[in-house]
Design a binder for this molecule. Structure first.
Ligand code: ATR
Length: 293
């Protein structure tokens, strides 16, 4: 045995469930491409076990954690400090151990979506009308970066109007943002419609008017699965110009987490192509939107 070979730096994804996760595959590809000596594994911990399991991993030398459903808010409580974008999102999906041992919480979900929309899909969102379905953690995480692109309007529509109203009030200083219920969405075309609800998990589509889709509308489901999701199926049936699922957001948030940890941002195109191919091959359950699996 050669004792001079350093052990790899250790990272993990913690969530519940995590067995479906693509993160070890994605980070393994990134590590190989950037020649980083690291390992990435899964930790399945429910809400009761989250804090102890996360701290155990980090105390035992883990360098960082990705955090996914249902622990992103709990992770914000666990860390010693948060980056501005994590503070705005009110949730943490990336934890780093700092040189002094402090834990820093970051959130790469929002920037992951923005990079997918603007760089991979080449959408120009300045001055555009955006409709976001859902008012949970996934929506909260992307509102700051979306409003920074200066759209003409962001409308948040939610089954429970009160949650949408609260989110719109929180972000009202950052741009033009309104809240509505599914039944009170302005029945006129939006340029971009993002599904950030958990409805796909139930095989359901939010009950919104088809009039929000025009011939130029682009629809994006934060959930991902092989084939159609209920939302992309619905959008296609109503004549959307283009339909996308959340594979790109998944890969780009991972690349941003990798950058936070390793100081190098991996290329994502090759991984995206591989995932698209694998996603077509494998029957999989649709994970929740905006997760970091
Ligand atoms: P996340 O962190 O993934 O956003 P969340 O905070 O539990 O998870 O939010 C889930 C979102 O999906 C909410 O906007 C929820 O609507 P409510 O606020 O009314 O609960 C929405 N959602 C879940 N199931 C839905 C369904 N079947 N139809 C429409 N919206 C649904």
């Amino acid at each position: 045995m050669n004792s001079s070979v350093a052990a790899p730096d250790r990272y993990a994804l913690i969530g519940h469930p995590v067995s479906h996760s693509w993160s070890p595959f994605i980070h393994g590809m990134f590590a190989r491409a950037t020649l980083q000596h690291m390992q990435y594994r899964l930790i399945d911990a429910d809400a009761e076990r989250f804090r102890a399991a996360a701290l155990e991993f980090l105390v035992q030398g883990g360098r960082g954690l990705n955090v996914t459903i249902p622990h992103k808010q709990a992770a914000a409580e666990l860390v010693n400090e948060m980056t501005p974008r994590a503070l705005i999102a009110g949730a943490v999906n990336t934890i780093s151990v700092m040189p002094d041992g402090e834990l820093r919480g970051d959130n790469t979900d929002g920037i992951g979506l923005i990079i997918d929309l603007t760089e991979n899909l080449k959408l120009a969102l300045e001055g555009k009308r955006i409709l976001i379905l859902g008012a949970g953690g996934a929506t909260r995480g992307v509102l700051g970066p979306l409003l920074a692109l200066k759209p003409a309007l962001v409308a948040i529509a939610n089954r429970t109007l009160e949650r949408a109203t609260q989110l719109a009030a929180t972000f009202s200083g950052r741009g033009a943002i309104i809240a509505c219920g599914f039944d009170s969405i302005e029945p006129a075309p939006f340029d971009l419609i993002v599904n950030a609800t958990a409805a796909s998990l139930e095989g359901a589509v939010p009950s919104i008017p088809g009039a929000v889709i025009g011939p130029d509308s682009v629809c994006y489901d934060m959930a991902y699965a092989p084939g159609e999701t209920p939302f992309t199926h619905w959008a296609a049936a109503h004549g959307a110009h283009a339909n996308h699922k959340g594979w790109g957001m998944l890969v780009e948030q991972a690349a941003e987490a990798f950058l936070v940890w390793r100081g190098v941002r991996p290329q994502t195109r090759h991984v995206l192509e591989l995932l698209a191919a694998k996603g077509r091959e494998l029957p999989r359950v649709t994970p929740a939107p905006g997760t970091s699996p």
